[in-house]
Design a protein around this ligand. Structure first.
Ligand code: FAD
Length: 544
């Protein structure tokens, strides 16, 4: 029996090594068109920045190590250029010699990943993607010849684009970030992305949003807004599309997203042909529709599962993809899971929004970091639809808890019941995740009613009074136009000053506002709390 695997990085190599652990007697051949297999794509930006100083650290395995430990035949610089699924053969091109040869298989795994979308058009300036070790070598070569503080343009403000920005900056480059989108990190909602933009600008990154590259002349990149910026290098990170052309040419069915269509066991429409990784369509956790999620965890997990299926082991049906992701940028952590509000609105799905601004651990213990959390909940059944978190320490564990809760089908209210580890240097007796559960429960039960930052102006226009319940000092330091300051501790005595009008209360982050709204409601007022308080409103207005 012979298994051929196309693509030798995350999904392909997980499939190959698991297959060997399950079947010592099978012949396993991996064809990889690049120069390296099993390299750490996720670490590439950090070698550019010098955080991972040794290039060799990126090379997790070599053809030699895979041959000696796993008896896997690895052919780098070999591209599979055709698949004949009736004859069960592939045509392999040796990229050094250009010679083609036909290789037979019993089982075939397509793990060909994704390719950078064509983007920047700056022919007179070196332009590289950041997807392979060769790309990193090329980028470092350009920088080595460029002198002090070279000017670099990064195209694309997604996860890889921002990792490129940070690491080029760390290398001493002066970076311009160009993005077609009107905000950085489009998977985030605007009020959650606004602090990231501020962070980039604070680090003196020249951020140009809503523009594209329209051309270049030596040393200059021309932008669609008519401006030009200096550059010795353009790093292209404006997104990827699935590598599915090879499968399509072989008559293998693609899905509506353009990824290779597979069933829950990653079997394609061709017999004995599996496909895994970034090139493959996944099923979305929230609505079950086909989706593309290009993350390493899924690629590794699905590659491993395919090996089990090939040997006829216990089938592992793929669980729907949550899209859990995390990014570190200039000391801030950005993490998300599931859908954002923009996508829910576009799909017409009902949703309830919760913003909180907790600390990473008990605030009486030194060193707590702030974070902003946004949770999206289905108001009909309390199901968690998504979350976004931006902050410092502790963001990673909270997003993972929410991801686990979503995968397990816990309701938002059930988050309040999770028994999480607590000592003051790690968390709070009411952990930020527990607090989300309490807020969700209050909203579901009608104990709290909230207004979102983008709904405030029209609510006030419709006659609501806006009462800022923070201290006079906080109010003086910055207030929402049209608001009146009645500190929460004076509200019980002064509530009769409020006219017979609906009231919207707000504080800094929403907590005192909740106390105020509860007080006023019980005293007979029609009171709502501004969700996430002044901080979320200010972030939203900065993004608007
Ligand atoms: P790949 O790892 O891309 O491997 C596919 C391989 O197939 C390629 O090497 C390609 O050369 C080869 N190939 C394609 N066609 C052929 C052919 N016809 N013949 C032979 N070989 C072929 N994900 C995370 O979860 N977290 C992160 O922090 C993260 N950071 C990233 C940072 C960078 C810079 C990049 C580029 C990606 C990052 N990712 C991250 C995404 C993650 O690396 C991918 O999701 C994962 O590698 C996908 O695995 P794959 O096997 O499907 O594709």
């Amino acid at each position: 029996m012979r298994t051929i695997i196309i693509g030798g990085v995350a999904a392909g190599m997980s499939a190959a090594t698991r297959l060997r652990r399950l079947d010592e007697h099978r012949r396993i051949s991996v064809y990889e068109r690049g120069a390296h297999v099993s390299f750490a794509n996720c670490g590439l930006p950090y070698h550019v920045g010098g955080v991972i100083p040794e290039r060799s650290s990126l090379l997790l395995q070599t053809p030699e190590s895979l041959a000696s430990r796993f008896a896997i035949e690895v052919h780098v610089r070999h591209e599979v250029v055709a698949i004949d699924s009736s004859a069960r053969t592939v045509t392999v091109r040796d990229l050094e010699t250009g010679a083609d040869r036909i290789e037979p298989y019993d089982d075939l795994v397509i793990a060909s990943g994704a390719t950078a979308r064509p983007g920047a058009s700056a022919p007179s300036i070196p332009t590289h993607t950041l997807r392979s070790v060769d790309d990193v070598d090329d980028i470092l070569d350009v920088l080595a010849d460029a002198g002090k503080e070279p000017r670099v343009v990064v195209v694309g403000a997604g996860f890889i684009g921002l990792e490129a920005v940070e690491n080029l900056h760390a290398r001493g480059a002066r970076v311009t970030l160009v993005s077609r989108g009107r905000q950085v990190l489009s998977p985030l909602d605007p009020e959650m992305a606004a602090p990231v933009l501020a962070l980039l600008r604070g680090a003196e990154i020249d951020v140009r949003l809503g523009v594209t590259i329209v051309g270049a002349s030596p040393g200059l990149v021309h932008l669609s807004d008519g401006e030009s910026v200096e550059a010795v290098l353009v790093v292209e990170a404006s997104g990827v599309h699935p590598n599915a052309a090879l499968a399509e040419a072989a008559g293998i069915r693609l899905g509506e997203t353009g990824g290779i269509a597979v069933d829950s066991r990653h079997r394609t429409s061709a017999p004995r042909v599996w496909a895994v990784g970034d090139g493959v369509e996944k099923r979305d956790h929230v609505d079950g529709t086909p989706t593309l999620v290009t993350m390493a965890g899924l690629a590794n997990r699905h590659g491993r599962a395919v090996a089990d299926d090939i040997v006829g082991g216990e089938p592992h049906d793929a669980v729907p993809a949550l899209g859990t992701a995390i990014l570190g940028v200039f000391g801030t952590t950005v993490a998300l899971v599931g859908w954002n509000e923009r996508r829910l609105v576009a799909a017409g799905l009902p949703h309830r929004v919760i913003h909180t601004h907790p600390a990473s651990h008990a605030t009486y213990y030194p060193g707590a970091d702030p974070m902003a959390i946004k949770l999206l909940v289905d108001p009909e059944n309390d199901r968690i639809l998504g979350a976004q978190i931006v902050g410092g320490a502790g963001v990673d564990k909270r997003i993972d808890i929410i991801a686990v809760a979503m995968a397990a089908g816990l309701t938002a209210t059930a988050l309040s019941q999770l028994e999480l580890a607590y000592a003051p240097q790690y968390g709070s007796a009411k952990d930020p995740v527990n607090m989300l559960g309490y807020v969700a429960e209050n909203l579901a039960g009608g104990i709290t009613r909230t207004v979102q930052w983008h709904e405030l102006a029209s609510a006030v226009e419709d006659g609501a009074l806006l009462i800022d319940v923070r201290t006079p000092a906080e109010y003086a330091a910055g207030a929402i136009p049209g608001s009146r300051n009645i500190p929460v501790d004076e509200l019980r005595a002064r509530h009769e000053e409020l006219l017979d009008r609906p009231v919207i209360v707000h504080c800094q982050v929403g907590q005192r506002g909740h106390i105020a709204a509860r007080l006023l409601t019980q005293l007979g007022h029609d009171a709502r709390n501004l969700d996430g308080g002044y901080r979320t409103w200010a972030a939203g207005m900065a993004a608007a």
